[in-house]
Design a protein around this ligand. Structure first.
Ligand SMILES: [Zn+2]
Length: 405
């Protein structure tokens, strides 16, 4: 609704006044920007090379100088946080020895894992130099070999073994790649907080009915759109993926297993974080015993190349690759690391075959059950991965709507 409100003194309309004010503001901002630009240019010069006029200009615009140097400090801090740091061999040995002692002594050791434990399976992490998040921030597309070709890494196999030896009680993972299950880790010992790319569910059935597939079920799904296009063989309802995207709240009991994660965190005396930036995990305060007094919170051990927001609270921070740290740890604990065995892979064993009419419902590569049983449908291109949990859920605001095939 517009109303002409004339100023009785000047006769100028209020609207024209506002317009003039806005224009003045824009001019002022423009002016401020120019000052900042010039100050920045002068600051780049060596002090000895600055002219008298330039020095005077800096003195005249002290606020701008101060603001710009603050920004530089912030930029440096940010840069340092993104850098990958490596402990040297001796330091790493020494730190892992400490860790081994803690693993032996712990009453209730819980392991939190992030994308960093899967990078050696050629799944990129999110915030590393070539991570999904980093690439998207730079406006680059994500390209990767087919994710279904990934197999459990040495770290996955070590974790499974530590659980088998009863040294680790529970694993809380942010990864959707299903590699913990595929390593042979029992489901009850695992919380996949952000879902599992091989599992689709019927939420119309009660209890929720689970379908394990040999391929990435998330091809046509996205944030707030979880229908996979396939149907429940019992009730006919459309199946959904189990992925929890940024901004979503996961409500599925499995594979998220929040109850297991919370019970584990409640009882934990030691938490070992492997290959996670902890930027998302830190938001779940219940996972860190924050409800307890500081001296009764679990001790934190962090293995990550980059800075994490929990570093200051950690008893020990190890800057090393997860596979390197874990193989040293197993050596210290004198535990053999089993090799991944396809014939024991639960995803391969417990899979539900597609109905004939659903054979064409996806174009993703199938995990081969044994050599020679390769999927006949090759993924077109094999370069950039489109759709699904991978990348999409993590590219906040950059997602393109894709029609259901
Ligand atoms: Zn159903």
């Amino acid at each position: 609704m517009f109303r002409m409100e004339n100023d009785p003194d000047t006769g100028i309309s209020a609207r024209a006044q506002r317009k003039a004010q806005d224009k003045a503001k824009i001019l002022q901002r423009e002016n401020q920007r120019n000052i900042f630009k010039l100050v920045a240019k002068i600051l780049k010069k060596q002090e000895s090379e600055r002219t008298q006029e330039e020095v005077a200009y800096l003195l005249q615009h002290r606020d701008a100088v101060q603001e710009l140097s603050l920004r530089q400090v912030r930029r440096n801090v940010l840069k340092r946080k993104q850098e990958e740091v490596f402990d040297d061999a001796d330091e790493l040995r020494c730190k892992v020895r400490q860790l081994a002692e803690v693993v032996r002594q712990a009453q209730h050791l819980v392991v939190y894992t992030g994308a960093g434990i899967s990078t050696s399976a050629s799944i990129p992490d999110y915030r590393g130099p070539n991570g999904v998040w980093t690439l998207l921030q730079k406006g680059q597309t994500i390209s990767s070999s087919d994710l279904s070709e990934a197999e459990p890494t040495l770290t996955h196999m070590c974790i499974r073994m530590l659980h088998k030896e009863k040294l680790v009680k529970h694993i809380v993972s942010q990864n959707c790649d299903g590699l913990h299950i595929r390593s042979g880790l029992p489901r009850h010992a695992l919380s996949e907080l952000h879902g599992n790319m091989f599992i689709e569910v019927c939420t119309s059935c009660s209890p929720v009915r689970e379908y394990v597939r040999l391929f990435d079920v998330t091809e046509h799904t996205a944030r707030h759109r979880h229908g996979t296009g396939r149907g429940c063989t019992h009730c006919g309802a459309e199946l959904s993926d189990t992925i929890v995207h940024f901004g979503e709240k996961g409500t599925l009991e499995q594979p998220l297993n929040w109850r297991g994660a919370m019970e584990a965190a409640e009882r934990a005396d030691v938490i070992l974080c492997l290959g996670s930036s902890l930027k998302v995990l830190k938001k779940y305060s219940c996972l860190w015993g924050m409800n307890k007094p500081a001296n009764r919170r679990p001790k934190l051990y962090i293995v990550n190349l980059q800075w994490t927001p929990k570093d200051d609270l950690a008893t020990l921070k190890i800057h090393g690759k997860c596979d390197d740290v874990m193989s040293l740890l197993m050596e210290d604990l004198n535990i053999q690391i089993p090799a991944y065995n396809k014939t024991e892979d639960p995803i391969l064993i417990s899979t539900t075959p597609l109905r004939p009419e659903e054979e064409d419902s996806h174009s993703r590569k199938v995990i081969a059950q044994s050599a020679g049983l390769e999927d006949p449908q090759e993924q077109a291109g094999g370069g950039a991965v489109h759709g699904g949990w991978f990348g999409k859920g993590y590219s906040k605001g950059r997602t393109k709507r894709k029609r259901m095939a």
